[in-house]
Write a protein that binds this ligand. Structure first.
Ligand code: ZN
Length: 255
């Protein structure tokens, strides 16, 4: 590997559509540092010769911690991406209207983490705080995420949220097979940040990414609930190493 390819990774902006208030739904893809990968990064979400790890944030617009973290990762990793075998898809603002308004829901007052077409999706919100939308995948942000999952087929997903009960949540109803891998992934993050690893949040989450990708499709999916109300500097200091550990875990598993 040439040193310069390590320092300047190939990157692409993947345009996944726009929100109902016409804000861009853009993900940022960074190819791993192997020289041959540079020409292979397309401008559209696509399966690559390397595994993609998806890190997304800003699904709930009033949880800025993950947005700060993913935007900082983009700044740092777009000039110096320290992994040779695993690529990363960074999506800082999966709910850009909600981030703009500093509200949990999107501009149509839908909780996007209840809008995915899971088998147990229901129009009846289980809690007024979590309005699931008029239909599964009714929201442009949800359809953008579905397209990203279908077209790029990420090997694993780290979803960043924040909550008073901070935790590394495995979203795994079935912890056999790939669930064990998800557990190992979660433990590797716990070593860095000291958070407890939990198997579920304690209530059912129809329409959530954890249920859709983790439970129903066996894609190792972790919801990292960062402690609420930490200052930005603390979030970056504590969780930049966690994000790096999240990619490093998969890097060691690429043949
Ligand atoms: Zn959240």
């Amino acid at each position: 590997m040439k040193p310069e390819s390590f320092l300047t990774p190939a990157t692409a902006i993947w345009k996944l559509g726009s929100s109902s208030e016409d804000r861009a739904l853009d993900a940022f893809a960074i190819a791993p540092a192997a020289a041959e990968s540079k020409s292979a990064l397309t401008d559209m979400p696509a399966i690559a010769a390397w595994p993609w790890i998806l890190i997304l944030a800003g699904v709930h617009g009033d949880e800025p911690e993950g947005v700060w973290l993913v935007e900082e990762l983009r700044t740092r990793w777009s000039t110096h991406y320290p992994f040779a075998k695993a690529g990363v898809i960074l999506w800082a603002r999966a709910n850009p209207d909600g981030v703009h308004r500093v509200q949990r829901w999107n501009a149509r007052d839908v909780d996007l983490n209840r809008n995915l077409p899971t088998e147990d999706w229901t129009a009846k919100g289980l809690n007024p705080r979590y309005p699931p939308g008029p239909a599964a995948a009714s929201e442009p942000e949800t359809r953008a995420l579905l397209r990203l999952l279908a077209d790029a087929a990420p090997r694993a997903i780290l979803a960043l949220h924040s909550y008073s009960e901070y935790q590394i949540n495995l979203n795994a109803n079935d912890l056999a097979d790939r669930g064990n891998l998800t557990c190992a992934w979660g433990e590797s993050l716990a070593k860095v940040c000291g958070y407890p690893v939990t198997e579920n949040v304690g209530y059912s989450t129809p329409g959530s990414l954890g249920t859709y990708a983790g439970s129903e499709r066996g894609i190792p999916t972790i919801t990292l609930e960062i402690e609420r109300d930490l200052p930005k500097e603390t979030v970056l200091e504590k969780f930049l190493p966690v994000a790096a550990a999240a990619i490093a875990f998969w890097e060691t598993r690429v043949k």
